[in-house]
Design a binder for this molecule. Structure first.
Ligand SMILES: NC(=O)c1ccc[n+]([C@@H]2O[C@H](COP(=O)([O-])OP(=O)(O)OC[C@H]3O[C@@H](n4cnc5c(N)ncnc54)[C@H](OP(=O)(O)O)[C@@H]3O)[C@@H](O)[C@H]2O)c1
Length: 313
């Protein structure tokens, strides 16, 4: 029987010198605003269980519930690591968007601010996912992510965000970013799990000094129910989720599992050291399969082709 240990106090160091807890709580709740508004109690149970790293985003509609939970917890701000993300429809108004997010959360600064997607989307105050008549996302290609990144670099200087990074970028889009970037991103947040190991991208980030956060880290029931993962879990007397999250942290990734359940929040923070043969079995599950942001029937992910995203295999 392997022993689990709490990873809630374990940290990694960003290229800014700041520490980030390896295990955080993901706070994507739902596209339904009434469900989003109900996130406060379960963010609070996570904080009470010892989580100090919270991952939210403007587009999740959970910045306010997160801020309310922080207030209710009484935990001093400096003990927390809070990440939020610039939505794709705010690429023309980055400083305004940061001020909105700070106001939503009732905070003075964010520890990490990510560009949520390389896309730029038409601004519509009431609709963050506006569509063209053909149903595709209404892109605004007058702005590119190099320009958005320059705006985020300015925000870093303002002190309102202490580190800046990216989400959903690839080696291809990172290479384009580096043609103009003055600041190396501190973090890349990507979909990552045993069915989508992204070894080349992890190696690229390691060489550049960019930490990686795994989103959809459990791989949902698709990966959690994989028989090989189940056998390893049984061998160690833990759950499949604990096996998967342990695999991530051994690879040096930060994980942000979302759970609204107090017991599962604790489960997701109690991880173990896998045996080398377990790691070999899990590594062999890689099949370049996305379970979260999958291509649609046109082969696009939010109106960008897999090639444009740099996600084509
Ligand atoms: N940057 C991006 O574009 C992006 C995209 C997706 C997600 N994210 C971030 O990453 C976070 C995590 O990703 P995610 O929420 O998509 O996926 P996830 O954390 O891998 O999975 C969440 C789902 O798994 C369930 N779950 C959690 N722990 C479990 C356990 N121990 N046993 C069984 N089921 C469990 C949750 O249900 P319960 O709540 O009922 O436990 C929920 O349905 C998000 O919350 C968000 O902060 C970022």
């Amino acid at each position: 029987m392997s022993k689990t240990a709490s990873y809630l106090t374990q940290t990694l160091t960003l290229n800014t010198g700041a520490s980030i807890p390896i295990v955080g709580l993901g706070v994507f709740a739902s596209r339904d605003p009434s469900v989003q508004a109900q996130a406060t109690p379960w963010v609070l149970t996570a904080l009470q269980a010892g989580y100090r790293h919270i991952d939210t985003a403007w587009i999740y509609g959970t910045e306010k519930p997160v801020g309310d939970a922080i207030k209710a917890s009484g935990i001093p701000r400096e003990q927390l690591f809070i990440t939020t993300k610039l939505p794709w429809n705010h690429t023309q108004r980055v400083q305004w968007s940061i001020d909105q997010s700070l106001k939503n959360a009732g905070l003075d600064y964010f520890d990490l601010y990510l560009m949520h997607w390389p896309h730029s989307v038409h601004f519509d105050e009431n609709e963050p996912r506006p569509r063209n008549p053909d149903g595709q996302l209404k892109l605004d290609d007058t702005v590119d992510f190099n320009h958005t990144w320059a705006e985020m670099e300015k925000a870093l200087a303002s002190g309102k965000v202490r580190a800046i990074g990216l989400s959903n970028f690839s080696i291809k889009t990172l290479e384009k970013l580096f043609t103009t970037a003055k600041v190396t991103p501190a973090m890349l947040q990507i979909e990552l799990h045993p069915y989508l190991a992204q070894n080349d991208l992890l190696e690229y980030c390691r060489k550049k000094g960019i930490l990686v956060t795994a989103y959809a880290p459990t791989g949902y029931s698709t990966v959690r129910d994989d028989p090989s993962v189940g056998q390893i879990a049984q061998k160690h007397g833990v759950t499949p989720t604990q096996v998967i999250l342990s695999w991530h942290v051994a690879r040096g990734a930060v994980v942000i599992p979302k759970s609204a359940d107090a017991q599962r929040q604790i489960e997701n923070s109690q991880l173990l050291t896998l045996d080398p043969e377990d790691t070999r079995v899990i590594d062999a599950l890689d099949r370049n399969e996305r379970v979260c942001n999958k291509p649609d029937e046109h082969g696009n992910v939010w109106a960008w082709s897999m090639d444009r995203l740099g996600w084509a295999s």
